[in-house]
Design a protein around this ligand. Structure first.
Ligand code: HEM
Length: 359
């Protein structure tokens, strides 16, 4: 019988906790912006299809910010990708190659989607009735990208599946046949669409003063989308949890005290954001959701280490000390954050000044 071996792990320059810390710090930022992108676009396109003056203006407003948000999603994806490769390179490189045909397809799909997003933004009025179809096509492409990401992140945690390569030798192995795949994808995407609702409300708030009708409408639609989809997502979350192997599920039910505490805290927070969203308290809901996405990412990290427990633990990584790259990284990070903060301020000022410019 042909057997596939997982390659040996590389050595790391500082203790694994540093990389895990930065992975868990940056990944939720990728998730939050990804949510704004998918959810914001989904609401924008549906408003565009529904028609009417104020809905049209909201769709236009969302089309205007879309390319900017995509840039943040991609760039905030790079950081966790680097940390993930350092910690789990032997798994994620292997799974990326095993599903290589689809993984590499992400690049052209993203390029076309990005181009489509610019078209939707700059040609919003000139495209007329065609515009909403362009927006819809971009949304579908981004959902396909998310589908491949969920596939890879699941496949990398299931090295026992790697042997199936011999039935799919052309880089077409996927994990979507696994029982946990569908609830994971639905939980991720429904969460994204819900949080995107909050983004819509925020975009509306930003227009307050210049276009009060739009601001009120965006807040109403956004908060409603968030509330309803979060309720639905409680169901998908439960489905995702009970579709885990029994021992993994029990981690969050007393098996691991810290994981259990985080799970309980997350559940309390879900109830809290549902209440604040129902009361239309945007600021509190956004703050609660940011913390919630962090807590859920921590749970996801426990899930991954538990899946891999039989073959690999992070504390098995061998440290060959070399501190200068970490120092260099920290300094670059600080400069980067300052520049991005400055850029964002300039962009927001420019957007405010321009009003509903492009047509
Ligand atoms: C623009 C379209 C994108 C979408 C819709 C998207 C969506 C997603 C989703 C849904 C996940 C979670 C998968 C799961 O755990 O089941 C994810 C994870 C991830 N994404 Fe993205 N992503 C996009 C672009 C990118 C890009 C361009 C990069 C890298 C440059 C990236 C880096 C990552 C990484 C590293 C993870 C996993 C982190 C971890 O497992 O700790 N993403 N993405």
């Amino acid at each position: 019988m042909e057997t596939m071996y997982v390659p040996a792990a590389d050595t790391i320059p500082v203790a694994w906790g540093w990389f895990q810390f930065f992975l868990l710090l940056t990944f939720p930022l990728h998730l939050l912006t990804m949510n704004a992108m998918l959810g914001g676009l989904a609401v924008g396109v549906s408003q565009h299809f529904l028609g009417g003056a104020v809905r049209q203006r909201l769709a236009h407003r969302l089309a205007l910010v879309l390319p900017l948000v995509i840039a943040f999603v991609v760039n905030l994806g790079v950081a966790p990708l680097l940390f993930l490769q350092v910690l789990y390179g032997q798994f994620v490189y292997t799974s990326s190659i095993l599903m290589g045909m689809f993984w590499i397809a992400i690049v052209p799909i993203l390029i076309v989607a990005y181009y489509g997003a610019y078209l939707y933004d700059f040609r919003f009025s000139r495209l007329g009735a065609l515009g909403k179809w362009v927006g819809l096509a971009v949304l579908v492409m981004l959902l396909v990208v998310a589908y491949f990401f969920v596939n890879n992140m699941l496949l990398m945690s299931l090295p026992e599946q790697f042997n199936r390569y011999f039935e799919h030798r052309s880089g077409t192995l996927l994990a979507s046949g696994q029982a946990v795949f569908l609830p994971r994808y639905l939980h991720m995407i429904t969460g994204a669409l819900a949080v995107g609702g909050l983004f819509v409300a925020l975009v509306g708030r930003y227009r307050g003063g210049a276009d009060d009708e739009l601001a009120i409408h965006a807040r109403l639609v956004g908060m409603r989308v968030f509330f309803l989809l979060t309720l639905v997502n409680v169901g998908f979350g439960v489905w995702y949890l009970i579709s885990q192997p029994r021992d993994t599920m029990l981690l969050f039910m007393g098996g691991n005290p810290l994981a259990t505490a985080v799970f309980i805290l997350a559940l309390v927070l879900v109830a809290a954001v549902l209440v604040t969203a129902y009361r239309q308290q945007l600021g509190l809901t956004v703050a609660g959701v940011v913390v919630l996405v962090y807590l859920m990412s921590f749970m996801r990290a426990w899930l991954r280490s538990d899946y891999l427990e039989q073959v690999f633990r992070l504390d098995q990584l061998q440290v060959v000390p070399q501190y200068s790259p970490l120092l260099f990284f920290l300094v670059t990070l600080l400069i980067g954050i300052t520049v991005i903060y400055w850029l964002l301020r300039k962009t927001l000022e420019a957007l405010r000044d321009s009003g509903a410019t492009h047509s």
